[in-house]
Design a protein around this ligand. Structure first.
Ligand code: SF4
Length: 93
């Protein structure tokens, strides 16, 4: 398993323990925009269970919570980097 797949798999099943790092009153608290949600969506794309269509690209573009998680991840992961690596290698342009 590649390093970024491992990171995304850990994150996809994490209960967002980095949540305190993103602002309580902003949209980033929406469940579908958490790092965990973005990781799960990306894994679904890589496994071809979800098409990389306009909606998927828009969902994966909502990075505010993932960006805020950097330095606050329980597992020491950098999820934006893992997302970028996965999407660069595993999806059609
Ligand atoms: S970034 Fe870390 S703490 Fe946050 S949801 Fe992912 S694995 Fe959990």
């Amino acid at each position: 398993m590649s390093e970024y797949i491992n990171a995304l798999t850990i994150c996809a099943y994490c209960p967002n323990t980095c949540r305190p790092s993103y602002a309580a009153n902003e949209d980033v608290q929406i469940e579908s925009q958490t790092p965990s949600a973005l990781s799960l969506i990306t894994l679904a794309v890589l496994k071809k269970r979800l098409p990389m269509d306009e909606d998927t690209r828009a969902a994966l573009g909502r990075r505010a919570a993932a960006n805020a998680s950097i330095g606050h991840c329980t597992y020491g992961l950098n999820i934006p980097v893992a997302l970028d690596a996965a999407l660069a290698e595993g999806t059609p342009a």
